[in-house]
Design a protein around this ligand. Structure first.
Ligand SMILES: Nc1ncnc2c1ncn2[C@@H]1O[C@H](COP(=O)(O)OP(=O)(O)OP(=O)(O)O)[C@@H](O)[C@H]1O
Ligand SMILES: [Mg+2]
Length: 209
């Protein structure tokens, strides 16, 4: 199977990039050889994986700087999946380089009006990149959804109206995602406490693969 590189990007900070990258990588590692890459100088992903006592292969992280192309090309052919956590700036040169090499992009967006506008900006960047990387697929992923919150429903409708490619699957606001981060584990390692969160992550993976 050809290596599939998945970039997790957003224009805004705190939308859940690191949470999504870490847990999606855990789910993908059940399907094939998966490498997590931290392209964010904040290094949250690297710190997260350094906390956990158990260190499954899925949580080992490679940190990259400006050597993005070298790193991604080096992993191609070695891994089935490469998942990259990015800094909150889609016009950052590292993110640009990565988008030219990736096959898939996930854009976590929170259920707020401001996030709708920031995702419009992200799509314009994707359109520019697609002039060169024609097969790049990008999806908005609603994160921190609340089942009884009307805003979550309104968001999905608003994004679709703007012709944004929104995944049908979304990630709910769940304590398990926060607890996992504190414990340095992924939600698959949390047993029953993580079951609902794992269902969210699995639904996303099934939809993007
Ligand atoms: N679905 C969720 N349910 C509950 N908490 C969440 C969820 N997603 C993210 N969080 C929490 O929200 C906070 C921000 O998430 P995260 O660090 O993944 O965002 P980020 O986009 O990587 O931020 P930055 O832009 O600073 O890198 C964290 O405390 C995280 O635990
Ligand atoms: Mg982060």
């Amino acid at each position: 199977m050809a290596t599939r590189t998945l970039a997790v990007i957003s224009q805004k900070g705190g939308t859940g990039k690191t949470t999504v990258a870490f847990n999606i990588a855990a789910g993908l590692s059940l399907r094939g050889v998966t490498q997590l890459v931290d392209a964010d100088p904040q290094g949250s992903l690297s710190q997260w994986s350094a906390v956990g006592f158990e260190k499954p292969a899925s949580s080992r992280v490679i940190q990259i700087g400006d050597d993005v192309a070298l790193c991604i090309e080096g992993l191609a052919g070695v891994c089935d999946y490469v998942v990259v956590d990015c800094p909150p700036d889609v016009r950052n040169s590292r993110v640009r380089t990565l988008l030219h090499l990736a096959q898939l992009v996930l854009m976590p967006v929170l259920p707020s009006a401001l996030d709708v506008w920031s995702s419009v900006d992200m799509l314009s960047v994707l359109d520019e990149v697609r002039e060169i990387n024609r097969d790049l697929r990008g999806y908005v992923l609603l994160n921190q959804l609340e089942p009884r919150n009307a805003m979550s429903r309104v968001m999905r409708d608003a994004l679709r109206e703007l012709r944004m490619p929104v995944l049908g699957a979304g990630i709910y606001r769940r304590a398990a995602f926060r607890t996992a981060a504190v414990e340095g584990v992924n939600v698959y390692q949390m047993g029953r406490r993580g079951e609902a969160a794992v269902r969210d992550v699995e639904a996303v993976i099934e939809e993007i693969l």
